[in-house]
Structure formats: structure tokens, C-alpha cells
Design a protein around this ligand. Structure first.
Ligand SMILES: Nc1nc2c(ncn2[C@@H]2O[C@H](COP(=O)(O)OP(=O)(O)OP(=O)(O)O)[C@@H](O)[C@H]2O)c(=O)[nH]1
Ligand SMILES: [Mg+2]
Length: 230
């Protein structure tokens, strides 16, 4: 098997469409999925480099695996569902800390998937959205997460990582909206990220950093009261 030169990891809550995005990009089709168990990866040739793209499980019981998959990652694609504000909140509350093991110069992309289900009839900026029932907007439902919400999260990530806005790609460039179902902006997302990780791969190769996932790094998650893992 070819050895990967660099790693891109998809993270996000269950059901947001991580596996579907990867299928759409790699196989150019949308097919029914089953909820991911553990993780899986695809290898993508990008110019002279082989990039491994890791699909992770959003389900809580697999949460402990996330930081193992992120180890040394050149890019992390944080995925949410544009019709679920909670799925965006989860990125900050549950998934961001998993990226502590990623490369220090890791690229972050924030991706709102399932745009085919909603119309972008923008909400008034001061409307208190989460408590409101989903209103209809034309033939579709009204989108629950605005582009500005994703941009605000990107800026919080920079703060968390203690990065200066002027040293990293602009938030507007790194926040995407996609549909794995129709294929909308899926190629654009992955190919933008691949172009950005090439310099990181070159540096990692020069430093001789390994690009495999070491399962001995896995630390089982603590049990919570509900019996799930955290
Ligand atoms: N309408 C629509 N449905 C989607 C889209 N992407 C995924 N889905 C559906 O959403 C459900 C969950 O998709 P998955 O790709 O399995 O989600 P996941 O993030 O991989 O979930 P876990 O593996 O549990 O973490 C499936 O029924 C998909 O068919 C999309 O862009 N539009
Ligand atoms: Mg999945």
C-alpha cells in the first residue's frame, strides 16, 4: 500500500454527513450510509503526494478516538449540519479539544453540510433562533446556522490555538457550505484544503514526521453517569 505523506481529518457530530461528503468526493456519488464505527480512511493522490483523509465517528462512544486520529494532522475539517445549530455548538464544545494533537500549523476548515435541505432566506440578525420552531421558507425549511455563526467559530478556534488572524487563511475562505447529496461545493472544499496542506506536508516530510495512526496512542474515554463515554 502507498504510504500517506500527510493527513486530513473530518470531525463533527454524528449524522452531519462526514462519510457522505467523503463518498461524494472520492466516488462521485451519494449513497445511503451507516453510522461510522471507529474510523476509516481514503488515500488521495494530490500532485506528487498521497494524502490520507480520515473519516471519524461522531457518536459519543467513539469520542476518545478523535485525538488519536488528529495526531499530526495537516488539516482538520470540522463539519456541522446547517440545519442544526447544536451541531455547530458541538464543534466548539466537544471536538475542538481533540485537535490539540494536530500539527502546530494545522489548517482548519469549517463546513456546513446539507444545504440542499434548506433555503438561505436569511434570518433577521437579532432573531432568537434556537427556541423558535423551524419555519418553512419556500418549499424548504429555513436554515438554522448562518455563515456568520461559522465565521465566529473560526475566530474562536484561532483564539483557542493562540493564532493571529493575519498569519492564517481568512475566515471567509475557510468556512464552506456543501451538500453531499447534490455535490454542491464538495470538490471545491477538498481541493482547497489539499492545496493548503501541501506546504505543511513538505515541512513534515523534511522533519521526518510519521503519517500513520498509532493505536497504542488510544486512551479509553472515561465513563459518564449516563453509561456513555466522554
Ligand atoms: N439531504 C442531505 N442528506 C445528507 C447529506 N449528507 C448526508 N446526508 C444524510 O445524513 C445522514 C447521515 O450521513 P452520514 O454521512 O452517515 O453522517 P456522519 O457524519 O458520517 O455520521 P457518523 O458516522 O455517525 O458520525 C444519512 O442519512 C445521509 O444520507 C446532504 O448533504 N444532504
Ligand atoms: Mg460517518
Amino acid at each position: 500500500m502507498k504510504k500517506p505523506d500527510g493527513k486530513v481529518v473530518l470531525l463533527g457530530d454524528m449524522n452531519v454527513g462526514k462519510t457522505s461528503l467523503l463518498h461524494r468526493y472520492m466516488e462521485k456519488r451519494f449513497q445511503e450510509t451507516v453510522s461510522t464505527v471507529g474510523g476509516a480512511f481514503y488515500l488521495k493522490q494530490w500532485g506528487p503526494y498521497n494524502i490520507s483523509i480520515w473519516d471519524t465517528a461522531g457518536r459519543e462512544q467513539f469520542h476518545g478516538l478523535g485525538s488519536m486520529y488528529c495526531r499530526g494532522a495537516a488539516a482538520v475539517i470540522l463539519t456541522y449540519d446547517v440545519n442544526s445549530l447544536q451541531s455547530l455548538t458541538e464543534l466548539e464544545e466537544r471536538f475542538l479539544e481533540l485537535t490539540d494533537s494536530a500539527s502546530a500549523d494545522c489548517i482548519f476548515a469549517i463546513v456546513g453540510n446539507k444545504v440542499d435541505l434548506s433555503d438561505d432566506c436569511a434570518l433577521p440578525p437579532d432573531e432568537n433562533r434556537p427556541e423558535k420552531p423551524v419555519a418553512s421558507c419556500g418549499s424548504k425549511v429555513r436554515k438554522q446556522v448562518r455563515a456568520e455563526d461559522a465565521i465566529a467559530l473560526y475566530k474562536k478556534i484561532l483564539k483557542y490555538k493562540m493564532l493571529d488572524e493575519k498569519d492564517v487563511p481568512a475566515a471567509e475562505k475557510m468556512c464552506f457550505e456543501t451538500s453531499a447529496k447534490t455535490g454542491y461545493k464538495v470538490d471545491y472544499l477538498f481541493e482547497t484544503v489539499f492545496d493548503m496542506v501541501v506546504p505543511i506536508i513538505i515541512r513534515q516530510k523534511a522533519e521526518g514526521l510519521p503519517q500513520t495512526v498509532d493505536i497504542t496512542d488510544y486512551k479509553p474515554a472515561k465513563r459518564t453517569k449516563s453509561g456513555c463515554c466522554a
